[in-house]
Design a protein around this ligand. Sequence first.
Ligand code: SF4
Ligand code: SF4
Length: 226
Amino acid sequence: MIVGERKPLAEIAAMLKPFGKVCVLGCGTCVTVCLSGGEKEAAETAAALSLLWQKEGKKGEVKTGTMLRQCEYEYIDDYAARLEEYDAVLSLACGVGVQAMTTRLPEKIILPGLNTKFMGYPIEQGVWKENCLGCGNCVLDLTVGICPITRCSKSMLNGPCGGSQDGKCEVSKDVDCAWHLIYERLLKMDMLECMEAVQPPKDWSSSHHGGVRTMVREDVRLESGQ
Ligand code: SF4
Ligand code: SF4
């Protein structure tokens, strides 16, 4: 899932300063699951903002709503009429949702209420870990399901580096060395010989390093008539 964290209220208030009638819009998917931008958080943010405006003597109105997915045009189209009355929308979706909304509703001001962090999953209640950078050419088959692109601080395909100490990465004692984890898992699975395979340099053109990416699936495009 996409993991994000709501921006501090003061930052949101500063962003919304020029606007009088605002909708705080939650998103019903990833950011709901990561407890940062769903219906509940949208209602809490709207209530906190209203209170702040009241204290500051600012005239205005803050309402709230939730769209199932702000990153898909069909949901945006279904919801658009409900946003007409607002001067601005504070989106609690990830950056993808904010941009999809801006593209589909170019006449509206859509502002980011969330800091989008990464793709990852919760390892315990309240703790999320990054584990995929969307490199476009997955190597998890070579590394027994542990991503060296994301979880090794140097994105090394042949590790560990000389900085690995007691299972920890040299960048911090709180960060596991991904290559140590890979080694331990290979050992456990009696596959240690895989560590000896030298991987060629990765072709980074399939990742963000190759520039902005677009994925086209002709087999599912409506234009293909299939
Ligand atoms: S190898 Fe690439 S696609 Fe696979 S988990 Fe890592 S970053 Fe994601
Ligand atoms: S210590 Fe491990 S995780 Fe850190 S950069 Fe080196 S190989 Fe990667």
